[in-house]
Write a protein that binds this ligand. Structure first.
Ligand SMILES: [Zn+2]
Length: 128
């Protein structure tokens, strides 16, 4: 499950990264921090570099996928036990409900990590 989610996130990343190359309006890590200075959450796994460009939420997100559900005569539909990402999947913010395909901000977590390190150094200096 975890590996599948990482692969899905990776594909989303690659598609959005390619989109951002042709779309100069795409959010950058610096623009994100300027718009949401209070967002400090650093993602390091399945949702790395993902954030809602409308509210700054770092997760959870809902990703449009194609699911396979078992159907039996007796019980009807069972739980979805496997899924595939669709080409051009939409993402929905789990906080504000905003939808789009621009939730990937390449380099965001690295940028936020650097800001956190800088802040920690300043705090340590002040206390010394
Ligand atoms: Zn949002």
């Amino acid at each position: 499950m975890m590996i599948h989610r990482q692969k899905t996130a990776r594909r989303i990343f690659e598609r959005w990264y390619n989109d951002s190359a042709t779309n100069p309006q795409t959010m950058t890590p610096k623009k994100f921090h300027k718009k949401f200075p209070s967002v400090h959450q650093i993602n390091s796994s399945c949702a790395i570099d993902m954030a809602c460009p409308a509210c700054g939420n770092r997760g959870p997100f809902f990703v449009e996928v194609k699911t396979f559900v078992e159907l039996t005569d007796e019980d009807g539909y069972g739980p979805a036990d496997r899924f595939e990402e669709l080409e051009g999947s939409m993402v929905e913010c789990g906080q504000c409900g905003s939808q789009g395909s621009d939730f990937l901000i390449e380099g965001l977590d690295e940028h936020l990590s650097k800001i956190a390190e800088k802040t920690a150094r300043k705090t340590a200096k002040r206390q010394a």
